[in-house]
Design a protein around this ligand. Structure first.
Ligand code: TXA
Ligand code: MG
Length: 322
């Protein structure tokens, strides 16, 4: 199994020797490797069983660093970077040759992000290369938000998990690209739509799908637990699944008809940030209960609630009454 610890220097040594190391960020844990080192990057794809067409995010310690990897920064990209970095925002920009094609799956753009977590920021400052890092989960499964989540799934394949505690945002970064200078959201995430629009004006949300989407985070059945997950109105869902063993995921109020050990309440106070922090751990908890199906309700579709609902939709085997 992997060692779980908070030794930044040890993580640095492993990364300098072409290793893959799990690292904390404010969104989810990442599986990191030297972005300049093709062999190291290939290890990430191998460990995650990730298809080579799905490009990685490059993490760096400051806005100043990104001129090493990107050709130009549209004005609105700069505004977003100033406003939200370090933070849960990823910008897709035209890449320089410094970033190998394996990182970007051959695309001419690269996704870059300055994460907001003291440990990874310190690690990045000590390294003389950026870190390519996808979420540290097997491809298609729920992203990890604690070191233990990483250990459970990738522990036998990696030497070290840098322990930064539970992720405070709990949901992946918002991905923003630029099409003829206009911002477009490829994936909803930790920075909400309202905050992005307050910074750069109206923004389009891409709904592109298919086998090679702009952001494969948009693929159906991504972020999914192993148990079937159905999302909709709880009374309807309960009636439809009356003959099955169910576990339920609710936003604020417990469901009176279901045993408390078969339900997870995302945010008893109704706070959407608390809900996003708890979402992936809740799905993991439900996934290992002795149940046939997970039933879930959507949360209020505002602020980070949009990103939560987006993940529920992608994790769902089907939706009812949506
Ligand atoms: O919060 C996050 O973004 C976390 C932490 C570790 O930083 N990372 C993460 O990485 O969620 P990953 O690989 O699980 O998701 C990255 C998404 C993928 O859907 C990928 O297709 C998209 O970013 N992406 C990467 N490079 C891209 C590019 N050049 N153009 C469009 N989409 C890109
Ligand atoms: Mg992922």
């Amino acid at each position: 199994m992997a060692i779980i610890g908070s030794n930044i220097l040890y993580a640095q040594r492993l990364l300098e020797a072409s290793g893959a190391v799990a690292v904390p960020t404010e969104t989810v844990y990442g599986l990191a490797a030297n972005a300049y080192d093709e062999a190291a990057v290939l290890k990430i794809f191998d460990i995650k069983q990730r298809p080579s067409f799905d490009p990685l995010i490059v993490h760096t310690s400051s806005l100043e660093q990104i001129e090493k990897f990107v050709k130009k920064l549209p004005e609105k990209a700069l505004k977003l970077a100033y406003r939200f970095w370090p933070g849960p925002l990823t910008l897709v920009l035209e890449k320089k040759m410094t970033i190998p094609n394996v990182v970007t799956s051959g695309l001419s753009s690269v996704a870059v992000r300055v994460p907001q977590h003291a440990l990874i920021l310190q690690l990045l400052r000590q390294l003389d290369f950026p870190l390519a890092a996808p979420s540290a989960n097997p491809f298609g499964y729920i992203s990890p938000t604690t070191p233990q989540h990483v250990q459970q799934q990738l522990g036998t394949q990696i030497p070290y998990i840098l322990d930064g505690g539970a992720c405070t945002v709990g949901i992946e970064s918002t991905i923003v690209g630029f099409e003829v200078g206009k911002p477009i959201i490829y994936r909803l995430g930790g920075v909400c739509l309202e905050d992005i629009e307050r910074t750069v004006g109206p923004v389009r949300i891409s709904h592109q799908g298919g086998n090679s989407p702009q952001a494969p985070g948009m693929l159906a059945n991504h972020y999914a637990p192993k148990k079937p997950l159905v999302v909709g109105e709880m009374p309807v869902l309960l009636a439809q699944h009356a003959t099955q063993q169910v576990g339920i995921l609710v936003f604020q109020q417990p469901c009176p008809d279901i045993a408390l050990d078969r339900q997870v309440i995302l945010a008893p106070t109704g706070n959407l940030n608390e809900a996003s922090q708890n979402l992936f751990a809740a799905l993991r908890t439900l996934d290992v209960l002795p149940i046939d199906v997970i039933l879930a309700t959507f949360v209020p579709n505002t602020g980070i609630g949009r990103a939560i609902n987006d993940r529920l939709k992608k994790a769902a085997t089907h939706l009812v009454d949506y």
